[in-house]
Ligand binder design. Structure first.
Ligand code: TEU
Ligand code: CA
Length: 549
């Protein structure tokens, strides 16, 4: 079996959304000293790499994904000295730190944009994408990911600027070599501080189709894939960043890739491409997103989810690589979306963890999934904080959607579900802070929290810990082959992973009902399950791993 051994293929990532992780100074906002307090907890869980969502200065229009200074730390998270202490604390524990690189766009409060908008002949004008309108409207029909036109009219120079996200997130003009040089320089700044790599925000969007023609697609997802993503110079730009900066360090890079399909994935991460190490693709995350996006949901089943895993396994082959995850700060809690967060919350959270840890790819655990945190159920639109949800609330209710209907959609599909404060114990606000948190804590914190998990040897936490120990150094799980043995089954996910020396058969019952199953070959010895007893049928949400040498 040909494979390319790399440390970042063998390790496990833990994503921290700093704003909601741990608040050390009781201002209601998570911060870096708060993360430092919990490093031993993460070490005990057994994760290797910590990915921090952005901690740079930002007006927080999109909670830090709108950066106004790329070379500093947002005061609400702490100081650069705090950051240096965090990096040291992570390295002293034998772990690694990767930062979030958001360079498809900046904040409109970045000095570059403030200069760019001053006049059409300002030296910074072409750092961003400015166009004259047409027929008294925007230059084309492109829509923002967050609703409304992707063009904002600016009185000062009577032109429009492009923003694929909020109006406060103007897109950089990557065609401009000065922009690229400035970005490579800020990447070098952080790598010289000793970080271990980057997760690159929407890197698939940085090269624009310069004709700026109207999108012909009705479904927003098609516009993302065929108009916004995988533009003509995207590989040239990423390769240039690799050549000029990334290749000079022993680091890892993960490209977040809305619109990257299996067909084009290898171009970003082939081992000899000189671009990125791996992709966070979003095919399984966008499952159910209808033509209108997140708040226009369509039903889907387990067979569609399974096909996405098989398609990406085939597409990556021995040369490419992806990360395996089932939630992050942009989607909803995995146990609520793919499991049963009521009667079978513990069993289904452990089943989903088994999937993430036994697939081929670098697993990524989102904060709180290790204790089975669930979606929240706010009873007022005033409890929501996410700009995407609030924008669509305005747009959809103005189009006639009732408040109740939108509230239901937001509670089911909105990003605030994964941004409620981490639940540490049963004290007020789940031990996150003693003051009013920036966003309401999930009221189930008294039943679901780290303290309880650590006191219960059958908790989801200890199951994750066991899976991480089982995966570490296990070449068959890390590099081995994969085959889905249950493609057509709508509630069972049975697959095998094998190498020359070992074969694992993994059985997952994605349902509230006991299920019969059959295997062609003897799967060997049962070595791990989320049930104490295992009999002829798979119990509801039962996961099993068999091993045969
Ligand atoms: O996300 C891009 C992205 O694909 C998601 O935002 C998703 O498309 C969106 O929620 C539509 O439903 C990255 C960051 O992860 C996200 O937090 C930022 O809001 C976004 O880019 C802009 O930086
Ligand atoms: Ca704080």
């Amino acid at each position: 079996m040909v494979f390319y051994p790399k440390w970042w293929k063998e390790q496990v990532i833990y994503q921290i959304y700093p704003r909601s992780f741990n608040d050390s100074n009781n201002d209601g906002i998570g911060d870096i000293p708060g993360i430092i307090e919990k490093l031993d907890y993460l070490k005990e869980l057994g994760v290797d790499i910590i990915w921090l969502s952005p901690i740079y200065p930002s007006p927080n229009d999109d909670n830090g994904y709108d950066i106004s200074n790329y070379r500093d730390i947002h005061p609400e998270f702490g100081t650069m000295q705090d950051f240096d202490r965090l990096l040291g604390g992570i390295h002293n524990r034998g772990m690694k730190l990767i930062m979030d690189l958001v360079v498809n766009h900046s904040s409109d409060e970045h000095q570059w944009f403030e200069k760019s908008r001053q006049s059409t002949d300002n030296p910074y004008r072409d750092f961003y994408i400015w166009k004259k309108g047409q027929n008294d409207g925007p230059p084309n029909n492109w829509q923002s990911f967050f609703g409304g036109s992707a063009w904002q009219y600016d009185e000062q120079t009577a032109e429009y600027y492009l923003h694929l996200f909020t109006t406060k997130q103007p897109d950089f003009n990557w065609e401009n070599p000065q922009v690229r040089a400035e970005i490579y320089d800020l990447v070098k700044f952080w790598l010289d501080k000793g970080i271990d790599g980057f997760r690159m925000d929407v890197i698939s969007l940085i090269s624009k189709r310069l004709e700026f023609e109207d999108t012909p697609h009705k479904a927003f997802g098609d516009t993302v894939q065929y108009v916004y993503s995988n533009g003509p110079r995207v590989h040239e730009f990423i390769h240039e960043m690799y050549e000029k900066v990334l290749s000079h360090y022993d680091i890892m890079t993960i490209g977040e890739g809305p619109g990257i399909s299996p067909e084009v994935g290898l171009k970003y991460v082939g081992h000899d491409r000189g671009e990125l190490n791996m992709i966070f693709h979003l095919d399984h995350m966008f499952l159910g997103f209808g033509p209108g996006g997140r708040f226009d949901q369509e039903p889907y089943g387990l067979t569609e989810l399974k096909k996405i895993f098989s398609d990406w396994y085939e597409a990556m082959g021995p040369s490419g690589w992806i990360s395996i995850f089932l939630d992050n700060h942009d989607f909803v809690r995995m146990v609520s979306r793919f499991g049963n967060d009521q009667e079978y919350r513990v069993e289904s959270a452990k089943l989903l963890a088994t999937l993430v840890m036994t697939m081929r790819g670098t697993p990524c655990i989102y904060q709180g999934s290790e204790i089975g945190m669930t979606n929240v159920n706010y009873d007022s639109i005033d409890d929501f904080r996410d700009v995407e949800t609030l924008n669509f609330h305005k747009i959809l209710t103005q189009k006639g959607m009732s408040q109740e209907t939108f509230l239901e959609l937001a509670n089911k599909n909105g990003r605030d579900n994964v941004r409620t404060p981490m639940q540490w114990d049963e004290q007020v606000n789940g031990g996150f802070c003693d003051s009013t948190p920036w966003i309401k804590v999930n009221p189930n914190f008294s039943q679901i929290n780290v303290k309880k998990a650590l006191a219960d040897k059958n908790s989801i936490f200890y199951f994750y810990q066991k899976l991480l120990e089982f995966r570490k150094g296990n070449d068959t799980l890390i590099y081995g082959h994969y085959e889905d043995l249950s493609e057509a089954h709508d509630t069972l996910f049975i697959y095998k992973r094998w190498s020359e020396t070992k074969c694992y058969t993994i059985l997952l019952n994605f349902s509230d009902l006991p299920q019969d199953y059959s295997l062609e070959d003897d799967p060997g010895k049962l070595i791990l399950s989320n049930y104490m007893e295992n009999n002829g049928q798979l119990a509801p949400w039962e996961a099993r791993i068999y091993e045969k040498s």
